[in-house]
Design a protein around this ligand. Structure first.
Ligand SMILES: [Mg+2]
Length: 377
């Protein structure tokens, strides 16, 4: 396959309703896409960068155009008029300094190359990744309700469970921890619940956090800032609820450090942050070797990124339900159709490519920026 061009596309998307987590409200979902054009067809990739991203994750503005141009040059300049690089080589070529911004761009370019490669070979992503399960469990996330309204929280958790969610991840923050979790547990005695603090607690809050053991949580995610593995390890050793890490896991090397340090018993693995699906597999394998459970975490992806996440979640290392609900439920407009979902599971696609189909009208209506980098003639 010969590379002809790469298109850089930004679509101005938004969430149907704002989602609040500790210290930030997500509403704008402007999304960066790449389309790799070859002589045998094209492939799409989606970048995990988003408008309200917090450290360690980048915003779209922070990476376009500088990081994007550098990655495209590294990846395709050597192949002017030449062959498409293999998808498994993309992250190694694109990630120079190892920043999360570079990794997020590499992950998106890898996705586009992978889509083109798989379509040309008439192969599905699930087949390439060697998935253990064709049907994967769907978990849901419930944000902090406006004005900390307990009734609204109970209703949102109930709606997620009614839709079949295999677990519900509840966002917490200092001052919004015991009361919401106690109320939800009282109402839904058997629900599988996780709490996600997005790094909002100080290490001095550990004694109060230990009290969350009462609520039978599947895990407590990222109580402290991303850099602080030591406080996570100390808390993990002093509570029965497993500690999960998310923001702390900003690279494959960092995942290895965290699991070897005993800082978590659960890992939220995000291919968009780590540099793509192959990096995510390496991270998950490191977790499996250390006896750490994994789930696939989301960034409110469109159907494109979420299809990749779902296929990844079909691998044996992912024993916990991921953030794999249909983007049509949270995006006001979704430019890529997602997988069929039934009774809390999605069925992976056997179609050639990533499993997501472009909705051209939706993309055209929301596309606010396009530039094309041509190679060869
Ligand atoms: Mg999280």
């Amino acid at each position: 396959m010969r590379v002809e061009a790469v298109e850089v596309v930004v679509a101005q998307l938004s969430l149907r309703a704002p989602v609040h987590s500790a210290g930030v409200t997500h509403a704008d979902k402007a999304t960066l896409f790449f389309r790799v054009v070859t002589d045998e067809g094209s492939g799409w990739g989606e970048c995990s960068a988003y408008a309200d991203a917090r450290s360690p994750d980048p915003t779209v503005e922070a990476i376009e155009p500088t990081t994007v141009d550098r990655a495209i040059a590294r990846l395709f300049t050597g192949s002017v008029g030449g062959n498409l690089p293999s998808a498994s080589s993309v992250a190694g070529v694109c990630v120079g300094g190892g920043s999360v911004g570079e990794q997020s761009v590499a992950g998106a370019l890898e996705m586009a190359v992978l889509d083109a490669e798989l379509r040309s070979a008439s192969r599905s992503l699930a087949s390439l990744l060697g998935v253990a399960h064709r049907e994967v469990g769907v978990g849901d996330v419930v944000g902090i309700p406006p004005e900390h309204d307990l009734g609204a929280l109970i209703d949102a958790v109930g709606a997620a469970l009614d839709e079949g969610a295999r677990r519900v991840r509840i966002k917490i923050e200092p001052g919004w921890d015991h009361e919401p979790l106690s109320a939800v547990r009282e109402r839904y005695a058997d629900a599988v619940l996780q709490a996600d603090a997005n790094g909002s607690f100080e290490p001095g809050a550990a004694a109060g956090l230990r009290g969350l053991d009462t609520y039978g949580l599947r895990c407590l995610e990222q109580p402290f800032v991303a850099e602080d593995l030591q406080s996570h390890r100390a808390l993990a050793e002093s509570m029965s609820t497993p500690i999960a890490l998310d923001e702390s896991l900003w690279s494959v090397a960092r995942v290895r450090d965290a699991v070897q340090a005993g800082a978590c018993r659960v890992a939220c693995v995000k291919p968009g942050r780590l540099g793509g699906v192959f990096a995510a597999i390496a991270a998950a394998e490191a977790c499996a070797e250390a006896g750490v459970e994994c789930f696939v975490g989301g960034f409110f992806e469109t159907g494109l990124g979420r299809c990749v996440n779902a296929a990844l979640a079909g691998r044996a290392e992912f024993s916990l339900p991921g953030d794999l609900g249909d983007p049509d439920r949270y995006l006001a407009a979704n430019p890529f159709a997602y997988l069929p979902e039934e009774s809390g599971t999605v069925r992976l696609s056997d179609a050639p490519g990533l499993g997501a189909e472009l909705r051209p009208g939706v993309m055209a209506a929301h596309r606010t920026y396009t530039r094309r980098v041509d190679f060869g003639s």
